[in-house]
Design a protein around this ligand. Structure first.
Ligand SMILES: NC(=O)c1ccc[n+]([C@@H]2O[C@H](COP(=O)([O-])OP(=O)(O)OC[C@H]3O[C@@H](n4cnc5c(N)ncnc54)[C@H](OP(=O)(O)O)[C@@H]3O)[C@@H](O)[C@H]2O)c1
Length: 431
């Protein structure tokens, strides 16, 4: 049997694009034997034609005319690994309009314009697949939208940013300061020179929006995600976390209050106290994991390499084969109708909290502090005290409380003359 040729138009040939070219080259014979599809990277669009490429490309394949690749009638499937909003958005819309399936790794684009793109793909009856956009090489999108489509998912919690997980792991295991751990991550190429998108939680926030959209079938965008980063985490917090039986992880959390039309979706990214016996606590270095809680299936965890050219290209290739097979069968995958999302304000979050207060060490302070907690209905589960010369540090873990009440408590505490400083406030899971 001769295999059906599938001509790929690749937009972008950087970390992911180059790794994809290499992977297709390595796997083409196996893929052809198993699926009857003969994948070939026919044309490759880049920004700079003169740059040296890490991979060998077919003679004449390289061009700087991305729109021309999309419009080329010889191109069957388009892979977008340029990144950013424009021109990626226009190119994807043009491919869809031309009836071509699209595979993308672009979390930023999907987290901001996903609804528009999914609707266009649905209307045109073509695939828009994006496994690589969340947690790189780890299969998360397809399990959520296919295997778990019948499941009522209550919560998804992910370690979806390798840079911050690397930094927190160094701080936890080597006692490194935040600044030193960040510098180390930069020298290893894990962190960008401007690390804001990673360390302040924007990257994880984009992935959280995509996860929430698929898990709950609703239009959640990056702007809906509440986020806090890790730049305020200190060795003091790390040390207390350890003593109390936790590790600090930057989690992307998407949860739904119920399965009905009134259900609200909470979606947030923040450093979190994770019990050391929780599966997410064992996810170290730059590894990623996504922990899914389902009503019938119980707990699931997907673990692996959340970034890097080769792992990400693996996810893109899986989508490519799926898209090509669907196109051959005249079928396409659909996300279904995405409902308007009712986003739960962060003030309504109910969680346990870790609070770190520096106080003047004098009689009566503890009673004043306890009084303020009591006034806002925030009840204390445990307290530790540590001397700091004329000052003392008080570490509290609360029972579950409403975010708004905890913030009101903090507001009053800041007014108290005996409080020298309100340090980190972290949400605690596993209560
Ligand atoms: N790297 C990862 O580990 C990873 C993981 C998951 C998802 N992703 C996503 O994958 C996408 C690509 O990431 P990457 O790391 O491969 O990026 P990258 O290394 O910066 O590569 C981007 C590529 O796009 C090309 N390009 C830029 N503007 C273009 C334009 N207007 N027309 C045509 N080509 C253009 C660049 O051309 P030149 O080479 O000529 O500059 C380059 O080849 C992003 O959406 C990213 O978020 C990456």
């Amino acid at each position: 049997v001769t295999s059906e040729p599938v001509r790929i138009g690749l937009l972008g040939c950087g970390n992911v694009g180059a790794a994809l070219v290499e992977l297709v080259g390595q796997q083409a014979a196996d893929i052809s034997a198993r699926t009857g599809l003969a994948l070939e990277v026919s044309r490759v669009a880049v920004r700079s034609a003169s740059r040296d490429r890490a991979v060998e490309l077919p003679e004449g394949a390289l061009t700087t005319d991305a729109a021309g690749v999309v419009a080329d009638p010889d191109i069957d499937v388009v892979v977008e690994v340029i990144g950013g909003i424009e021109p990626a958005r226009e190119l994807i819309l043009a491919a869809i309009a031309a009836g071509k399936p699209v595979v993308t790794a672009n979390k930023e684009l999907l987290a901001n314009h996903g609804a528009e793109l999914f609707a266009a793909a649905d209307d045109a009856g073509v695939d828009l697949l994006f496994e690589a956009a969340v947690a790189g090489g780890i299969p998360v999108v397809r399990p959520l939208r296919e295997s778990l489509v019948g499941e009522r998912i209550t919560r998804v919690m992910g370690i979806v940013n390798g840079t911050t997980n690397y930094i927190l792991t160094r701080m936890t295991e080597e006692g490194t300061t935040y600044a030193d751990a960040l510098a180390e991550a930069q020298s290893l190429g894990y962190a960008e020179r401007d690390p804001t998108a990673d360390v302040e939680g924007f990257d994880a926030g984009a992935k959280a929006a995509i996860i929430a959209s698929i898990a709950f079938g609703a239009r959640v965008v990056a702007g809906d995600v509440y986020h806090e980063g890790i730049s305020g985490i200190t060795q003091t917090d790390i040390g207390f976390a350890r003593r109390l039986g936790y590790v600090i992880k930057l989690l992307a959390v998407a949860e739904s209050t119920g399965g009905d039309a009134d259900a609200e979706i909470g979606v947030r990214v923040h450093p979190t106290m994770v019990p050391t016996d929780h599966p997410l606590a064992s996810v170290r270095d730059s590894f990623n994991a996504v922990f899914v809680e389902g009503a019938a299936v119980g707990d699931l965890m997907f673990y692996g390499r959340g970034a890097g050219g080769s792992p990400t290209a693996s996810a893109v290739l899986g989508d490519l084969i799926d898209a090509a097979a669907n196109a051959k069968a005249g079928a396409h995958a659909a996300l279904g109708r995405l409902a308007k999302a009712r986003i739960r304000p962060i003030d309504d979050l109910v969680s346990a909290y870790y609070l770190n207060l520096e106080v003047i060490d004098e009689p009566g302070v503890l009673a004043q502090v306890a009084g303020i907690f009591g006034r806002h209905g925030v009840s204390i589960r445990s307290m530790e005290q540590e001397g700091l010369g004329a000052e003392a540090r008080l570490i509290f873990i609360t029972h579950t409380a409403r975010e708004a009440d905890v913030q009101a408590t903090l507001g009053d505490l800041r007014e108290l003359p005996a409080i020298a400083r309100v340090g980190s406030v972290l949400r605690v899971i596993g209560e």
